[in-house]
Design a protein around this ligand. Structure first.
Ligand SMILES: [Zn+2]
Length: 271
């Protein structure tokens, strides 16, 4: 009996130390793959996937890799390279990507220039695509803040991964969660981090990008007002802007994206 109590006590103590925010393991295109690496008493392994550095975090006495799977990923084995301090050659592990069906949306536009923008508009779009690509490469050394909250109160329209077609032409799938909310409602940072970009973009409108560490970023778009400053260190819940419909948006809502190793992943996996 005494032993049983001791065991229960140890179990409770252990549970209290392992409760830590962590995304859901969901190895699908647009999902997150979590791989066990080595025990926590060994040196932190360095991990790469598709040539990009991967977040490595300690949980339950284990080093774990957090891999963002691109929405365009093929189904099947994806190779991850692992390097350790005392082992010069990388070892490999695989993440088995399973299929996931995303809905399609067909939009008919009468104005052909909205389907394929030209001239100055196209120049701006291309310039901003490059800027976004660079921002998504951000990989800071600090351990990632994995404790996430919903950035704004409102209904999730379930549009993450939606395949979009304009007049039959395929466009990039929808890369975030759209939350319907009235103009002016406060937008909170979903986790602690550093504001790495604020500005106005053709598609995203007024946008704020936050670096949460080790390639984990969040992006908030279509704001009516930006409150955060570029370079600002913020806490979870810090008000960074207000809901709006700037950029390409049909009505007021928050477009919220989460990036992991440069890939847009389903933000719902972090809640
Ligand atoms: Zn959106």
């Amino acid at each position: 009996m005494k032993q049983f109590f001791l065991f229960t006590l140890l179990l409770l103590l252990n549970i209290s130390t392992i409760v830590q925010a962590f995304p859901k393991h969901n190895p699908v295109p647009g999902g997150v793959c979590i791989l066990n690496l080595a025990t926590a008493n060994s040196a932190k392994p360095r991990v790469t996937y598709q040539g990009k550095p991967i977040a490595v975090v300690q949980q339950q006495q284990q080093w774990k890799a957090l891999i963002g799977i691109p929405l365009s990923a093929s189904i099947g084995s994806h190779e991850i390279l692992i390097r350790t301090a005392n082992f010069p050659h990388p070892t490999t592990k695989n993440c088995q990507v399973k299929s996931k069906k995303y809905r399609s949306q067909h939009i008919k536009l009468k104005n052909k220039s909205q389907v394929n923008p030209k001239g100055k508009k196209l120049e701006r779009i291309l310039r901003e695509m490059k800027l976004k690509k660079n921002l998504k490469q951000t990989f800071s050394a600090n351990p990632p803040s994995l404790d996430f909250i919903r950035p704004v109160k409102g209904r999730d329209n379930g549009r993450f991964g939606l395949k979009r077609f304009f007049n039959g032409q395929a466009r990039n799938p929808h890369s975030g969660m759209d939350i319907a909310a009235p103009t002016g409602r406060a937008i909170k940072a979903s986790a602690a981090g550093k504001v790495i970009y604020t500005g106005n973009l053709f598609f995203s409108g007024n946008v704020v990008v936050v670096d949460h560490g080790q390639g984990l970023l969040s992006l908030y778009a279509h704001m009516s007002q930006i409150i955060a400053r570029q370079g600002q260190t913020i806490q979870q819940g810090t008000i960074i802007g207000k809901v709006g419909k700037t950029g390409r948006a049909t009505g007021p809502h928050l477009h919220w994206s989460v990036y992991l190793n440069g890939n847009a992943v389903n933000p719902a996996l972090f809640l």
